[in-house]
Design a protein around this ligand. Sequence first.
Ligand SMILES: Nc1nc2c(ncn2[C@@H]2O[C@H](COP(=O)(O)OP(=O)(O)OP(=O)(O)O)[C@@H](O)[C@H]2O)c(=O)[nH]1
Ligand SMILES: [Mg+2]
Length: 341
Amino acid sequence: MSRHPSSPTIAALKNQPLAPDLLQQLQQAAAFKKWPLAKLISLFENRNSDAAQTRHDIARHIQQHPQDFPRDARVIGFTGTPGAGKSSLIAELCRALLQMDANIAIAVLAVDPSSQISGGSILGDRTRMHYGKKEERLFFRSQASNLELGGVSEATFQATRLLRHLFDLIIIETVGIGQSEIDIQFLTDHTFLVMQPLAGDQIQFMKSGIMEVPDSFIVNKCDEEKLARTSYHMLRSSLKQARLVELGALDDYRNAAREQIFLTSALKHLGIDTLAQAVLNIPRRKTAEQCETCYLKKGVQRRYGEFGLRILKNEPDVLTGATTFEEKEFAAQAAIQRHIR
Ligand SMILES: Nc1nc2c(ncn2[C@@H]2O[C@H](COP(=O)(O)OP(=O)(O)OP(=O)(O)O)[C@@H](O)[C@H]2O)c(=O)[nH]1
Ligand SMILES: [Mg+2]
C-alpha cells in the first residue's frame, strides 16, 4: 500500500525555511560554539510534539545545504562496569586524538544512569574529565539515561542525529551490563567494552551475554606491565570460552583476539596512543539512515508492539518520500492509525 497523501498526521509537519534565530544557532554550532550547541541538543532531546517541527526544519536545512555541513561523524561506544575508568580513559583518548589529528572535532556524550535517581544531572564526570574548556574541537554533554525506555535513550539517538553533521567523531559512554549496552550497538560504528583487570568482570560479562556485543575489549587500569600481561591472558581465555560456545571456531579466534584486546592505563597514559590510532582507523559500519530506521522501529514497537512492526514490514512503501526522521515517524504512525481505525 502506498502512503496516504492526505493523512492528517503527515500534514501536521510543514516544510518551511529554518527560522533565522535557529539558522544562526546552527551556524554557530557548526563553528563549535558551546552554548548554541547545547541549546540545539536540548531541542533534539525535547519530547514535546512541537519540537518535532523544529527538528524537522533543522534536518531539512542540513539536507538541503550539504556544503555547509561537510563533517560526517563516526560513532564510537564505550561501555562497561561502573568505575572501570571509562570517563578517565575517554578524556585521555580525546587528548591523544586531538594531538594526532589537527582537524578532528570530537563530541562526547556521557549517558548517566544515576541522574534520574538523584533527580538531576551528576557533574562528577565533568569534573573528572579535565578537558580544558578552551579546547574548541571538543564538546562534552552529559545525558540522563531514560530508565522508562530502557537502553541508550532516545535522547542519545536524537543528539547523535545533530552532532554527526557537526563533528568527525562522537564518543558515547554508557554504564552497566544491561540493555543499554546491548542497545548501543544500534547507534555505533564500533563498541568498546571497558573492564578492570582481575576484577571478575569477564565472568560477569559472560553471564550477561554482553561479550557478544562489543567489537573490542579494553582492560583499563593496567598500570603495571605484569598486571597487563595477566589481564590479557585472562580475558583472552574468557573470550575463547565464550566464542567456543557460540562459534565453535577456536583456531581462527586466536588471531582475532589479539586485535580485539587493548590494554590501557588512563592514569599512566599507557596504551592510549595505540587505542587512539585504532579509533582513527575504525571504518564506518552504519549510515545515519540505518540508525534512523532502527530507532523508528524501536519507537513503533514501544507504542504499538508487534502489531505496528508488522504493518511497517508489510507496507514498506509508507516511508517512501519521507526524508527526515520526523517525516518517517509521522508516516509510520499514520499508516498504523489507518489500521486501528
Ligand atoms: N589505577 C588506575 N585508576 C584509574 C585508571 N583510570 C581510572 N582510574 C580511577 O578509577 C576511578 C573511576 O574512574 P572513572 O573514569 O570515573 O570510571 P568510569 O568507568 O567512568 O565510572 P562511572 O562513569 O561512574 O561508571 C577514578 O578514581 C579514577 O581515577 C587507571 O588507568 N589506573
Ligand atoms: Mg564515567
